[in-house]
Design a protein around this ligand. Structure first.
Ligand code: AMP
Length: 440
């Protein structure tokens, strides 16, 4: 079987790694891939959003199944194009990808389907948005409706902050077109959990629940990032919660999308804020695997991943995944100095020859120069995942392996994070979980 994985980040490295581990004989191409995927697949020098060239490559390499990682090519209609050419694709078409590409659409779907979520209003007019902010209780969350690389949500403690955020989007156009439509919503209290379901539009096969950490610094401080670390499984994702999420979130969302003529097939990601009373409030939907959630979720899948992608691509229910019992995964993101605002790029990376048992380092923002030297090419450089029989073992492996690099820590990131991690029914509060080390 010949696979094409579209994308070039840590998520796609983890996808290639998991697919290869499960199927040693499968042929994998990755567009564009990265130096990590190069060890597992044939990298094709084609950007993930270059629809025409990806379609041509699928033809040229006789690809049987295309798995699309990032949201941008999905929103641009890559899956539609490939399906129209008769190819098997795991990933939604552009109409269904709007569940992520337009937060205004997503809120509309949730309202129509009765999915629990924060009260909100959508605006294109600055004055109307400012008036709404002035009339609603703090805190508020202001979101650019369009795709903003995971950075378009601003949690505002005060109305004044919310007004500034609205002004930055609708007035100053700091988020470009993505911020020309703005959603202002109530702040939700609770515990976040990311649920990823592989679905043909009817049946949902959930991957282990994950929790990611979006703030840059210790103690949930600093700006939002694409994600600084993650772990799975999550103790609050009890069978009861998963049951409620399927019934109250996934099924109504899929039904409403189908009703609108936008049936969803692919990985539906529900970012939940679980309220103290157990209500699975939706913070956001994504139309693909999360990053860095993928880097902790896929190492826990022991079998059935390729079969699930193939089944949904054929329009069939995904078979059950085999999940490693009694296993935990923690990933630490190593970010380049200056991330997320102005990450330094181009620094050479001294990669260890090998990693200890239970550790895998996924390349996220690396490249090889013409001499073959590995260099930093993006803000998030590696996601170093540790897997263990306990959460603590997985965490220790991730941290120890991340620390083996020739690293210079970012002064702002030197202190250890103390956000809350939960595992195996216990709350592990206020303990170092991972660090925002930086690669120089
Ligand atoms: P989003 O881009 O919508 O996933 O938001 C990014 C992050 O902002 C989420 O992971 C939450 O931590 C936070 N957030 C977004 N919306 C809300 C909300 N309504 N209440 C509380 N936190 C939120």
């Amino acid at each position: 079987m010949r696979l094409l994985v579209v994308g070039g980040g840590g998520r796609e490295h983890a996808l290639c790694w998991a697919l290869r581990r499960e199927n040693p004989d499968v042929i994998i191409c990755c567009a564009p891939g990265n130096p990590g995927t190069a060890e597992l697949a044939t990298n094709l020098a084609i950007a993930a959003d270059d629809i025409d060239r990806i379609a041509d490559a699928a033809d040229m390499y006789g690809i049987d199944l295309v798995i699309i990682g990032p949201e941008v090519p999905l929103a641009l209609g890559l899956a539609d194009r490939l399906r129209a050419e008769g190819r098997l694709v795991a990933g939604p078409g552009a109409a269904a990808a709007r569940i992520e590409a337009s937060k205004a659409f997503s809120k509309d779907v949730m309202a129509a389907a009765g999915i629990p979520t924060a009260a909100s209003e959508t605006f294109t007019d600055l004055e109307a948005a400012l008036a709404y902010v002035a009339e609603h209780p703090e805190p508020l969350v202001v979101k650019a409706s369009g795709l903003a690389a995971g950075k378009g949500a601003i949690v505002c403690a005060t109305r004044a902050e919310a007004a500034t955020a609205v002004q930055s989007m609708l007035g100053d156009r700091q988020f470009g077109d993505a911020g020309s439509v703005v959603v202002v919503e109530a702040f939700l209290v609770g515990e976040e959990v990311s649920l990823l379901g592989i679905t043909d539009g009817h049946t949902v096969e959930l991957l282990p629940a994950a929790q990611d950490h979006k703030r840059l610094l210790e103690g949930d401080q600093g700006p939002n990032t694409g994600g600084m670390g993650a772990y799975a499984p999550v103790s609050i994702a009890t069978p009861e919660l998963l049951g409620r999420a399927l019934k109250e979130v996934f099924t109504p969302c899929l039904e409403e999308l189908a009703r609108r003529g936008a049936p969803f097939s692919g990985v539906l990601y529900a970012g939940l804020m679980v309220a103290p009373d157990g209500t699975p409030n939706v913070v956001e939907f994504n139309c693909r695997l999360g990053d860095p959630e993928t880097e902790v979720v896929l190492p826990l899948v022991r079998g059935g991943l390729l079969a699930a992608f193939e089944a949904i691509a054929r329009g069939e229910a995904p078979p059950r995944l085999e999940i490693a019992p009694e296993s935990f995964a923690v990933t630490t993101v190593l970010a380049s100095e200056g991330y997320p605002d102005k990450p330094l790029k181009g620094q050479p990376i001294d990669l260890p020859e090998s990693f200890p048992h239970g550790v895998v380092a996924f390349h996220a923002g690396t490249t090889r120069d013409v001499q073959g030297v590995l260099r930093v090419s993006g803000g998030r450089v590696f996601a170093v995942t540790g897997v263990g029989a306990t959460f603590e073992e997985a965490q220790a492996r991730s941290r120890a392996a991340g620390g083996r690099w020739q690293l210079t820590q970012h002064p702002a990131c030197r202190t250890k994070w103390t956000f809350r991690w939960r595992s195996n029914g216990q709350q592990v509060a206020d303990r170092p979980a991972t660090s925002a080390d930086s690669v120089r």
